[in-house]
Design a protein around this ligand. Structure first.
Ligand SMILES: Nc1ncnc2c1ncn2[C@@H]1O[C@H](COP(=O)(O)OP(=O)(O)OP(=O)(O)O)[C@@H](O)[C@H]1O
Length: 606
C-alpha cells in the first residue's frame, strides 16, 4: 500500500464528513483560498447590483456627470472582476478537490484490493468507485465551499446594511437567517430519509443486474427468474418513487426560497422608509437584499446536496477506515444475504410427482449445416430409473441435459414428460419436474444457506443438513465460525473449486426435482472424494425419483440401471456397467485407462 493510501486507510472517526475533511488537510490552504475567492465572487455580484441600482436611481435625477463617474467605473470593474474571480475560484477549488479525490480513489482501490474478509460485490464496488468517491468531490465543491462563501457574504451584507440603517439590517439578518438556516434545516429534514435510502438502493440494483446476468442460467434452472426479476423491478420502482419525491420537495423548497427573498426585501424597504432613509439608498437596500438572500439560498442547495451525499460518504469513509469497514461490510452483506440472492422468496415448495421422461429420436443442431450435437437420440426414463450418460468431450452430454430442462429445443424429435412436450410445461413448473446441477453452476455472493435455499425456498435446517451431508459439504460448514451463514464471496470466490461444486450439488439435492439431472457432479474432486460424493448423492435421492447423471468418470456407476455411451451425438453403446466393461468398445477402453490413472494417483497420494 502506498504511503498516501496508508494515510487514508488509517483514518477512522464517527462522522464521514470529518473523515473527508481530515483527508483534505494537506489541501486546506487551497480550499480556504477557493472559499475566499467564492465569497469575493458572490460579493462582487452583490456590490454590482447595489452600485448599478444606485447609478440608475441617481442618474434619473440628472445630476452632473462627474457625480456618476466613480459608480460607472465601479460597475464595469465589478462586472469584469466577478467573471475573473469566478474563474479563479473554480480553478483553485477543482485543483484542490481533484487532488483529494485522486487520493481517495487510490485509497478505495487499495482497500478493495487488499482487504481480507468479504470483498464487495462487483456491481456494488463499481457504484462505490464511481458515485461514492464523487460524493467527496461534491461535498467540497457543492457544499462546503459555497456554504462558507454564502455565510461570509451574508455577514458582510448585514454589516453594510447596518451602516445605512440598523433596523433595516435587522430585517435583512432575519430574512438571511430564514434563508440560510431555517430553509436548509427544513430541506434536510424533509429529504433525509428518502435520500438515505437512495444510495443503498442503487447499490442493490447494481448487484441485481450482476446476479440476473451472471446467474441467469441457474435462476432459470431453479425457477427463480421471475422472483428475481420481480425483486429487481420492485427496487427500480421504489428508486424512481424516491427520486420523484426528492425532486418535488426540491421544487417546493426552491419556491419557498423565492418567497423568503421577496418578503425580506419588502420588510427591509418598509423598515428603511420608516427610519427615514434616503429613497435612493432604500432602492439600493432592496436590490442588495434580493441579491444577498439569493446568495444565502445557496445553502438550501448545499444542504440538499449534503443529504444526498451522506450515504455515499459514509460508505467511502467506512471502507477507508479499514477495521471498522471490515465489520460494517460483513454486517451489510449479511443483511443483503438475509433476503437471499436477488431476493429469493421464502416459503415452502411442495414436491411434484416424478414424471416419466421419453426422448424420441431427438436431434439438436445448434446452427444450420453444423454437425448434430445430438443425433436421433432415444431414451426412456420412467420414474425411479437411474441412467448415466458418458462419452468423450463434445459428445453431446450437456446438450442432452439442456434439452431435458427446456433450455434448448430439439431441431427434430420430441422430449416428453408424462407424454407432454417439455416446451408445453409452464416455465415456472418445469424446474420442479426436471432440474438439478447443470454445467457451470453459479454460486451467488450470499450465505451458504441462501445459496442452498435457492433450490428450495423455505427448507428447514434438517433438509439443508441432509443435502449438504450427501454432497460432502456439512463438515466444512460445521468448521466455519458462521456455519450456514458463511458468506461465500462473489461467484463463490472464497470457496475452493471442490467446495463450490459441493455447494452447487447440495443445492440441487435440496431442490429434489422429480428428475434429478446431475451434469458432472463430482467435477473438481479427487477420485476418493468423487466416489464418496457420488455414492452418497445417489443414496440421498429417494427411490421414486429418476436420475440422469452426466459424467466423464466411469467409477461408481455399477448400481445404475443403464449407461448410455454417446459419441458425436449418437448412442454408440448402452447397457449396465458390468456388461459394458465386458464388451470391447469405448466404455471398456476408458474404464481401463481411468482405473490405471486413478490407481497411479492413489499409489502416489497414499
Ligand atoms: N451453445 C452452443 N452453440 C453452438 N454449439 C454448441 C453449443 N453447445 C454445445 N455446442 C456444440 O455441441 C456439441 C456437443 O456439446 P456438449 O456440450 O453437449 O458436449 P459434452 O459431451 O457435454 O462435452 P463436455 O464433456 O466437454 O462437456 C459440441 O460440438 C459443441 O461444440
Amino acid at each position: 500500500m502506498s504511503e498516501r493510501s496508508e494515510r487514508i486507510a488509517g483514518i477512522g472517526g464517527p462522522l464521514p464528513e470529518l473523515v473527508v475533511l481530515r483527508l483534505a488537510r494537506p489541501y486546506l490552504k487551497r480550499l480556504v483560498g477557493a472559499g475566499l475567492l467564492a465569497a469575493a465572487t458572490e460579493f462582487a455580484g452583490l456590490a454590482l447590483m447595489a452600485t448599478a441600482i444606485w447609478l440608475l436611481m441617481t442618474a434619473a435625477g440628472q445630476p452632473p456627470l462627474d457625480r456618476l463617474t466613480v459608480a460607472i467605473v465601479a460597475v464595469r470593474a465589478l462586472a469584469v472582476s466577478r467573471g475573473v474571480l469566478r474563474y479563479t475560484e473554480r480553478l483553485a477549488g477543482h485543483d484542490a478537490v481533484l487532488r483529494l479525490v485522486t487520493d481517495v480513489r487510490a485509497g478505495v482501490f487499495d482497500t478493495l484490493a487488499t482487504r481480507r474478509g468479504n470483498p464487495p460485490r462487483s456491481g456494488d464496488a463499481l457504484s462505490r468507485l464511481v458515485s461514492d468517491v464523487e460524493a467527496v468531490q461534491d461535498l467540497l465543491l457543492r457544499v462546503v465551499v459555497p456554504a462558507a462563501a454564502a455565510g461570509l457574504v451574508s455577514v458582510l451584507a448585514v454589516g453594510l446594511a447596518a451602516l445605512v440603517s440598523p433596523p433595516a439590517a435587522l430585517a435583512l439578518a432575519a430574512g438571511l437567517l430564514v434563508a440560510a438556516v431555517a430553509l436548509p434545516v427544513l430541506a434536510t429534514a424533509l429529504t433525509r430519509r428518502a435520500a438515505a435510502e437512495v444510495a443503498p438502493l442503487r447499490g442493490a440494483l447494481a448487484t441485481d443486474a450482476v446476479d440476473l446476468t451472471h446467474g441467469a442460467a441457474d435462476l432459470a434452472a431453479f425457477g427463480a427468474t421471475s422472483d428475481a426479476l420481480a425483486t429487481a423491478g420492485r427496487r427500480a420502482r421504489r428508486l424512481a418513487r424516491l427520486e420523484r419525491r426528492l425532486a418535488a420537495l426540491g421544487f417546493a423548497v426552491d419556491a419557498a426560497g423565492v418567497l423568503v427573498a421577496g418578503l425580506t426585501a419588502g420588510a427591509v424597504v418598509y423598515v428603511a422608509l420608516g427610519a427615514g432613509v434616503d429613497e435612493v439608498l432604500v432602492g439600493v437596500l432592496a436590490v442588495g437584499t434580493l441579491a444577498a438572500v439569493e446568495i444565502a439560498l445557496a445553502l438550501v442547495g448545499a444542504a440538499r446536496q449534503w443529504t444526498g451525499l451522506r450515504a455515499g460518504l459514509a460508505r467511502v469513509a467506512h471502507l477507508l477506515a479499514a477495521d471498522d469497514a471490515g465489520r460494517a461490510e460483513t454486517a451489510e452483506t449479511a443483511e443483503t444475504a438475509e433476503t437471499g440472492p436477488s431476493g429469493t422468496p421464502a416459503g415452502g415448495r411442495s414436491f411434484e410427482p416424478t414424471p416419466s421422461v421419453r426422448f424420441d429420436r431427438v436431434t439438436v443442431r445448434y446452427r444450420n449445416g453444423a454437425p448434430a450435437a445430438l443425433d436421433g437420440f432415444d431414451l426412456e426414463l420412467p420414474p425411479g430409473r437411474r441412467v448415466a450418460v458418458v462419452g468423450p468431450s463434445g459428445a453431446g452430454k450437456s446438450t442432452l441435459a439442456a434439452v431435458l430442462t427446456g433450455a434448448v429445443s430439439p431441431t427434430a424429435g420430441r422430449v416428453t414428460l408424462d407424454g407432454r412436450d417439455v416446451a408445453a410445461h409452464p416455465s415456472q413448473e418445469l424446474p420442479r419436474l426436471v432440474g438439478g446441477l447443470l454445467a457451470e453452476a453459479y454460486v451467488f455472493h450470499a450465505t451458504v444457506r441462501d445459496n442452498m435455499l435457492l433450490g428450495r425456498p423455505g427448507a428447514d435446517e434438517d433438509a439443508l443438513l441432509t443435502a449438504a451431508t450427501a454432497a460432502g459439504l456439512s463438515d466444512w460448514v460445521r468448521a466455519q465460525p458462521d456455519g450456514w451463514d458463511t458468506v461465500v464471496g462473489e461467484e463463490g470466490g472464497q470457496l475452493s473449486g471442490g467446495q463450490r461444486q459441493r455447494l452447487a450439488l447440495a443445492r440441487a439435492l435440496l431442490a429434489a426435482p422429480g428428475v434429478l439431472v446431475l451434469d458432472e457432479p463430482t467435477e473438481g474432486l479427487d477420485p476418493v472424494a468423487a466416489d464418496r460424493v457420488l455414492a452418497s448423492t445417489l443414496a440421498a435421492t429417494p427411490a421414486g425419483r429418476s436420475v440422469l447423471l452426466i459424467t466423464h468418470r466411469l467409477s461408481g456407476l455399477a448400481e445404475l440401471d443403464e449407461i448410455v455411451v454417446l459419441d458425436a451425438g449418437r448412442v454408440v453403446q448402452r447397457g449396465r456397467h458390468a456388461a459394458l466393461v465386458a464388451t470391447p468398445g469405448w466404455y471398456r477402453d476408458q474404464w481401463v485407462l481411468q482405473q490405471a490413472a486413478e490407481h497411479g494417483y492413489l499409489a502416489l497420494s497414499g
